[in-house]
Design a protein around this ligand. Structure first.
Ligand SMILES: [Zn+2]
Length: 357
């Protein structure tokens, strides 16, 4: 990372698992110490509704203090909640990409409980590393409540749908939410939550900004709903500087709906032309998906969606006409975030294999 600015990071992935465990203690939550299918509980999961638990479930759920006094369990928990010790010894573990994305599910219940404290820690850490500007991916654009038939109409869309069909469905949805009181209240609350989380963080020496985002593994109706909120929120706050799309790009839904997602971005970019897009695209390697899946993601993010910044982009040389695409990116001043350590851990791309070189 060039010192001075960190182009984007994911808030919940930036806080240490040890800190999350402290927050489990602060809130009097507990963590399950074993799996139990009958009770529908999973080992290492956080329970936030402790008072509603049956006595059987309560007996299996232990406090942060109890965890810290059991070194064996504590170390196992850190391995699930983070990527600690992944490569430095042998232990039973999922592949690195799954390990990485799975961690978010563990600390999710506590991740959004202490934003201000988390940002203060991030700010101090950034300053100590000589970083004065960070862009945080905090929380996805909220889903909006609409008539069922609109959701059904959007969920019938695919990447192969004709443009006029996509535009017709998205227009109907857009018209239903753009002036809807409840939808606007939801979006305003989301903006307020983001701005409150940044209270007291920005000053003469440090700048915190946000990206809103949509999760690429959701159904088309949820993706569009969240994307509409994300675009709208970006227009409503000076602290929000752009929209992103996140989640494992090699997931079944991510791959299947990729082009549809890009067309959703295009549709909203036409209606909110001032909103800038920074998009995870091309976070893929040969063998992770069939080769045809490597041939168009970066180009579509730029040419269809209108992205001005690409995150990862490491499958660039598998794109159709990749040199022409690179030339175009240069002309358009498209920034590529070379996410070196992430690419090494999640995708195994390092040293000479990294296209940055
Ligand atoms: Zn990212």
């Amino acid at each position: 990372m060039p010192k001075g600015g960190d182009l984007h990071h994911h808030y919940s992935g930036s806080i240490y698992a040890e800190t999350y465990l402290n927050w489990v203690g602060t809130h009097n939550y507990c963590v399950y110490r074993e799996d139990n299918a009958a009770l529908n509980i999973q080992k290492y999961r956080i329970e936030s509704k402790v008072s509603e638990l049956s006595s059987a479930a309560k007996a299996l759920c232990i406090t942060a203090d109890a965890i810290r006094s059991d070194n064996g369990f504590y170390r196992e928990l850190l391995k699930r909640w983070s990527d600690i010790d992944y490569f430095n010894h042998y232990h039973e573990q999922p592949p690195p990409d799954q390990q990485f994305f799975d961690t978010f599910g563990y600390f999710d219940p506590v991740a959004d409980s202490n934003y201000n404290e988390g940002f203060l820690w991030l700010k101090n850490t950034a300053i100590s590393e000589n970083v004065q500007y960070i862009e945080t991916i905090l929380k996805n654009g909220p889903n909006l409540v609409v008539a069922d038939e609109l959701n059904v109409m959007l969920d019938a869309l695919t990447s192969k749908s004709a443009d006029y069909e996509i535009d017709r469905a998205l227009t109907a949805y857009f018209n239903a939410v753009v002036n809807d009181t409840h939808a606007n209240l939801t979006i305003n609350n989301y903006v307020k939550m983001i701005e409150t989380s940044a209270d007291g963080i920005n000053d003469a020496n440090f700048t915190l900004r946000f990206q809103t985002y949509v999760f690429r593994g959701d159904s088309p109706s949820r993706v569009f709903s969240s994307l509409f909120s994300s675009f709208s929120a970006t227009m409503r706050s000076d602290l929000i500087v752009g929209v992103n799309i996140v989640g494992a790009e090699n997931g079944i839904v991510s791959m299947r709906d990729y082009t549809l997602h890009m067309k959703m971005f295009r549709f909203l970019k036409q209606r909110f032309p001032l909103v800038k897009l920074a998009m995870h695209a091309g976070e893929l390697v040969l063998g992770l998906v069939p080769p045809e899946g490597l041939q168009f993601h970066i180009r579509e993010a730029i040419e269809i969606a209108g992205a001005s910044r690409i995150g990862h982009g490491i499958d660039i040389f598998y794109e159709h006409n990749s040199y022409e695409l690179l030339q175009k990116m240069k002309q358009l001043n498209i920034v590529v975030e070379a996410v070196v350590s992430s690419n090494e851990f999640i995708l195994g791309i390092k040293n000479g294999a990294h296209p940055m070189l």
